[in-house]
Design a protein around this ligand. Sequence first.
Ligand code: MOS
Length: 752
Amino acid sequence: MTIDPASLFGRPTPRIDGVAKVTGTARFASDEPVANPAYAYLVTSRIARGRVTAIALDRAKAVPGVLDILTHENAGAAAKPPAGPDGGPTTTTLESDRIWHDGQIVAVVLAESFEAAREAANKVDVSTAAEPPAATFGSAGAETRPHRSREGPDPGKGDADAAFTAASVTVDARYATPTQHHNPIELFTTTCVWDGPRLTIYEPSQFMWGLKNAVAKQLGLDPALVRTVSRYVGGGFGSKGSAGARTAWIAVAAKRLGRPVKLVPTRDQGFTIATYRAETQQHVKLGAAPDGRLASFFHEGWEVTSRPSDYAVAGVDVTARMYACPNIATAVNVVHADRNTPGFMRAPAEAPYMFGLESAMDELAHALRMDPVELRRVNDTQSDPVTGLPFSSRSLMQCYDQAAERFGWGRRRAEPGTVRDGDWLVGYGCATACYPTNIAPAAARLSLTPDGKASIGLAAHEIGTGAYTTVAITTARSLGLDIADVTVRMGDSDLPPVSVAGGSNNAASTTLVVVKACEEMRGRLAAAAVAAQDSPFHGADPATLTLSGGKLMGADRRSEPLGAAIGRTGGLLEVHAEHVPAGLPAGAMAGLYQGKVSMSRGGGRKDVAAFSFGAHFVEVRVHARTREVRVPRVVSAFAAGTIINPMAARSQYMGGVIWGLSSALHEETEIDAASARYTNGNLADYMVPVNADIPSIEIILVPEADDRVNLLGVKGIGEIGIVGVNAAVANAVFNATGKRVRDLPVRAEQLL
Ligand code: MOS
């Protein structure tokens, strides 16, 4: 199969679900109507470490309308412990009396109304035996261990120590990034409905088949009996990528009551019943020759995790691949504390670790008295510095050059603190964005009806990225139809599986399987057409027939309406296609049906390294007296292979840049060291930018054709936008003030 991506993609296309979303008819999981539901309310722990010694339910049960209360004592055996985001062990909830972290679920109250359940939940008396908790790095009782990577050893080569010692210019610095929470606007809801042995779960999810299989496993059910439904997701960002602690218990509750149960947790509970981005500490050492060429690269990270989990994002795997360097050493450590298990949050590894690297690169440029863009240029490379494999494509410097030009980087003054505009100190900064290209197996079902309309179904995920539209574009263009002639169904495990909407893989994974399904459909139509005596194509080579403009077309311009071609095929109008990317193990598709993720960093191929790249340019203004930081202007350029829908891509990148500004200047979940409880675990106290904080953001789409990464050259754009923005801001703050902030977020008090 040879496809020219340019024939399919690149035209700005409004979202097909846009009207449904802005008119409120798009149905999110907790909107699904169920008959006669009972309402659940979660009781959560007020201590971070210890055991539940007794739970008194009398006062709660006296609340009118209360139906049942699940605790570890009366329900704990009904579900097995869940797996963590990395598939390994994680914290438990009602499975035992153990309390691993603040805000852990310790009881589930069920009542006739939400209000009754909430009132009763406040009357559940939980007695605990508390132990002193370890909150974070440096807390007494926190245990630091080397991270045992599931993807092989930490990247390294040569002798980084010796090269660092010998280098003429060096940077040796420590950086820190804070705890952050996803705060999706759609809450972590779950509705469970039993129909005899069959369970339907309505829950916002980034992985329909993963959730289905995970809950089946916890409940000891045949996965075929479990269906998950989530047609739209109101923000996930990784927090809805793996099964959470609550789902199995809502299923257990519905079974016990013999009626549907609906849970809509509070926004505050979202801080402790779902995952988060763990705080990191990083040590970066760079050694360079006087011309800027790197001689030594060292990056070590520390990440907080829960007591039982080894989850770590291990971003050195990416930072070690950014710049040419003969001597590389990296390491990652996990710090076990009395915390919930962290998890994926948009660019999980890259957002924190590229802050360390790109800050250090800026420090090195300053030490070398070199332009930061030129430092990236002399260290640019077309092959992976660790493995030596060629990048499938790498347009990093094109991104730098186009964005620098547009931004007016040439006006930058290298000497910090020298540009002033009235009361404001002005600074410019830049940094690299990158994200590995991932692709996963996927399956899809395509059908054509005699009226020439297509229906495509696959259990992909609309997490706000425009996934429905991506699938519609691909199907319509592949079949020569209008987008209006295509119906897309997603977000339902009754449809063929698609891997987790994570790692920015779904655009590549879904378009490839859809193209395959459409090609198979074309092949069937063509085969029937050349075989039929009464067909204008009788006897032609089926490979020469194409679909275009609602017609089956021959090479010699003969054509017939699609309806006639369909009519000839008898019962062959439905195609089930499966696509397994090159380089993935043979069992990858079977594993997907079992809810397993087969997706390697850097794409499926073994003979190339695959990343998207970008460059951010930021202007900051720091008030000379108050040290308030404003960002009037950002210009970012990205090259991510084939762009399916430039309209959606631009908005996706822009959203990423906005979140990057948030990461630079606002976001931090703060923890009380003594109690290991969050002190701002609510959206009112969790700082995020508002419209007034978001300036002009210009996005440049740098064209890039990549015929090696996959058949369509699609690299994925979901996460790269956020990466590096925090460093670009901190670098601009240094340029404005001469103050180097190495501990995010940048706040006025650090600049006094
Ligand atoms: Mo993304 S954090 O891989 O959902």
